[in-house]
Design a protein around this ligand. Structure first.
Ligand code: SAH
Length: 342
């Protein structure tokens, strides 16, 4: 087995390059191909001896299906070296190219509205496997990735070390060079891990998947994570805010007739005012075989207005890639459009 390049700092890469008998400056050149140009084929690295890049694992995974949405969204199904499959999404806008990354194969949280947890957790991804998604997406859209959100399959903070190593690579000016402000880690709310994250010195955006304004309803919707009191999660999130003065994002999936009443809006507003946050409302994207339904657009609007009136900073998240099943875990389950024959 050759060493995994993406898991290395440039200093570590320099040592490894020298150990293979090449001069130190070759490491910088190799890093430039991979990180700045998203080139991973050793044969295309024209200023390098071929044997150099061949001495490293750059991509251990491959794209097995691609779906292009009408809104420019690209969703990739990726096969890992052991045959497991994950997915990732690229969402373009004029100023930004956002990558949505998976951190686990499957998920142990079993949230009732989410496709990712329907078949349980199979394994964690390594930091390298998380980062390979950025390269695949960048190659697919031929643009540099400017933003990364850990909102794909899996619970990032349940795969803490690999997630943090990946975030460090993303924000490293010598590697992916993405501004920390443009990296969002979304969690179902693991207070101990959130506190630890607050001490990592990474001024990223923290998003908390709340989805319910009280513990009883939350336990129904998030059977695993809902056992943790909301108050503990928000206290940990506030610690993250204090560490970096970065406002917390609260995510709230609106489910028709379940958590979309004005009573829920008022209770959510009360919670939201206890910490420094923005609330992101996400209209439920239906998944099979769930019986849940999205609320009407009018209900989403009314819910948002109610929060606004109560002094909450609120945004309704624009749905992206609906036609390519871009909500978490959906492509893995749906069997894709353009799968190869293997
Ligand atoms: N495990 C992490 C990150 C993955 S999901 C977390 O829970 O935050 C990213 C966001 O998409 C979460 O807020 C999740 O609850 C939401 N989501 C999952 N399934 C959805 C669906 N079918 N429709 C709309 N949002 C969904």
């Amino acid at each position: 087995m050759t060493p995994a390049l993406l898991a290395m700092t440039v200093e570590e890469l320099t040592d490894a390059v020298q150990q293979l008998g090449h001069p130190a400056y070759r490491a910088r050149q190799l890093a430039d191909w991979v990180y700045a140009k998203a080139v991973t084929d050793p044969a295309a690295m024209t200023n390098l001896p071929k044997a150099l890049a061949q001495g490293f694992d750059i991509l251990t995974s491959r794209v097995v299906a691609r779906a292009d949405g009408r809104d420019g969204t690209i969703k990739l199904l990726i096969e890992l070296a052991d045959g497991e499959r994950i997915e990732c999404v690229m969402m373009p806008s004029p100023k930004r190219v956002t990558a949505c990354l998976s951190t686990q194969v499957g998920c142990s949280m079993a949230c009732v509205f989410c496709a990712s947890g329907m078949e349980g957790l199979r394994r964690n991804l390594s930091a390298g496997e998380i980062l390979e998604q950025i390269l695949h997406l960048s190659q697919a859209c031929k643009r540099r990735i400017t933003n990364a959100v850990f909102m794909g399959v899996g619970e990032p903070l349940a795969n803490y070390d690999a997630t943090i190593a990946a975030v460090r690579a993303l924000v490293d000016p010598q590697r992916f060079n993405i501004s920390a402000r443009h990296v969002t880690v979304s969690t179902v709310g693991l207070p101990k891990k959130i506190r630890r994250l607050a001490r990592e010195g990474l001024p990223i955006t923290l998003a908390i998947s709340l989805h319910a304004p009280n513990d009883a309803l939350r336990k129904q919707l998030l059977p695993t994570a809902g056992g943790t009191p909301i108050a503990d999660i928000l206290a940990a999130a506030q610690e993250f805010f204090e560490a970096h003065k970065r406002e917390i994002t609260i995510e709230y999936v609106l489910l028709g007739g379940v958590n979309d009443s004005m009573v829920c809006a008022d209770a959510l507003a009360k919670l939201a005012r206890t910490i420094r946050c923005n609330v992101n409302l996400i209209r439920f994207n239906p998944v099979d075989p769930s019986t849940l339904v999205p609320p009407t657009i009018a209900t989403v609007k009314a819910f948002a207005q109610r929060l606004g009136k109560r002094g909450v900073n609120v945004h309704v998240r624009r749905p992206r890639g609906r036609d390519v099943a871009a909500a978490c875990g959906q492509l893995r389950r749906n069997r894709p459009l353009q799968s190869d024959s293997r």
